[in-house]
Write a protein that binds this ligand. Structure first.
Ligand SMILES: [Ca+2]
Ligand SMILES: [Ca+2]
Length: 380
């Protein structure tokens, strides 16, 4: 089993959980340690459930938040509030405005039935679009991610953390409302998997806001793409590919490490389950599968923590991936080889003019690397 498969599983849980919250309200009750008003809390949960059935996610979030003021450790409300708050990002005015700019009026970047994976995917797609479309600068999207989307995810993650600390979770997605063949159960292992996949999404968002992507003059860039990265050209003076946030780039790595840790906890929690797996969204892995997953997770963790040796076309190369995030490149443009057009008249067919990098180690990413070695590796 590879990484991708693990993440795929996590995403499936994420989608399933959001679908559940779309159609289903409160599952089995989790008792809080210090309930101040359990009757009131249960009543509000019931109301939140009704709101969810009507797809009124704002009302549902409000009600779950109210429960949390009475019972801060109410798992059902923590889960409900976390999920509905993510769905409610659609209602965020800043995001709505951006959507209008990117898609034109009347089209939504996020739809209520969309899952968060879709949102992240579309955010990335919008970056590509922003590069070809004139009116929007990447920084507008980055600012919204920074001030609204990432904090919303952080808030939801915090709630999942409280559930995890409680040590147990049961949520029944009923057949009649979930529109499935039978009732499904979401348990602690699924919460960990959800946490893991949300950390992956968060890492992607952190990376998206790490570097400046604004292009000074789109018209010039379109006609003369090299002007963006070649010194002496009008566009070069822009902040394009300059580090925007030291903090966010470091978070990318931290989020992936957290995702790995949560995935590990998910697998371990799953393997400790003694209940019937009939109603589980992710089935308990076999001993062999467990060991394969844990091995893959460890590998991923090692890549983010230590210099690793990799055979690239017969050359043994040391790669210290961690450096990219803890010792980031301040201006990526400075680390590129000099480029030129193969077809200078039409400004097409970009190729390397001279392969003489200022720093072939890329600030320690490739320790000890020289231009000669790098050239050899690229040719082999
Ligand atoms: Ca079960
Ligand atoms: Ca399970």
């Amino acid at each position: 089993m590879n990484y991708l498969k693990i993440f795929k599983i996590c995403f499936i849980v994420l989608i399933a959980s959001i679908l559940v919250i779309n159609v289903q309200g409160c599952g089995k009750k989790e008792s809080s340690k210090l309930p101040t008003d359990p009757t009131k809390a249960a009543e509000l949960c019931q109301k939140a459930e009704e709101a969810l059935e009507k797809k009124n996610y704002q009302e549902a979030e409000k009600l779950y938040e109210e429960v949390l003021t009475i019972e801060p450790n109410n798992n059902e409300a923590l889960f409900g509030s976390a999920m509905s708050s993510l769905i409610n990002l659609e209602q965020n005015q800043k995001i709505k405005d951006l959507e209008k700019k990117i898609n034109g009026e009347g089209k939504s970047l996020i739809t209520a039935r969309d899952n968060f994976v879709g949102v992240a995917g579309k955010t990335m797609a919008s970056f590509v679009m922003s590069a070809v479309k004139d009116p929007i600068q990447a920084s507008e999207i980055q600012d919204a991610l920074d001030t609204d989307v990432i904090p919303a995810i952080d808030k939801a993650l915090k709630k999942l953390g409280v559930i995890e600390n409680s040590g147990s979770f049961k949520y029944i997605a009923k057949k009649k409302v979930y529109d499935t063949d039978k009732d499904y159960e979401i348990d602690l292992a699924d919460i960990y998997a959800l946490d893991s996949s949300m950390n992956i999404i968060r890492s992607i968002l952190a990376l998206l806001v790490s570097y400046n992507l604004d292009i000074k003059d789109y018209k010039v860039a379109k006609e003369d793409p090299l002007s963006i990265i070649t010194s002496g050209h009008a566009n070069y003076e822009s902040n394009f590919l300059k580090l925007r946030s030291n903090f966010r780039i470091a978070q990318f790595r931290e989020n992936i490490l957290t995702a790995i840790e949560k995935a590990r906890k998910s697998v371990e929690s799953m393997c400790n389950e003694t209940d019937s797996q009939e109603d589980d969204i992710i089935k308990k892995p076999s001993a062999k599968e467990k060991s394969d997953i844990l091995t893959e997770l460890k590998k991923g963790e090692d890549w983010l923590n230590y210099p690793m040796k990799e055979n690239i076309n017969g050359n043994i190369v040391t790669i210290d991936l961690k450096q990219l995030f803890v010792n980031p490149l301040i201006d990526i443009k400075e680390y590129l080889p000099s480029l030129e057009y193969g077809d200078p008249i039409n400004k097409k067919d970009i190729k390397v003019k001279e392969f003489n990098l200022k720093d072939p180690t890329f600030k320690g990413l490739l320790p000890g690397m020289t231009n000669e070695q790098l050239k050899k590796i690229m040719k082999s």
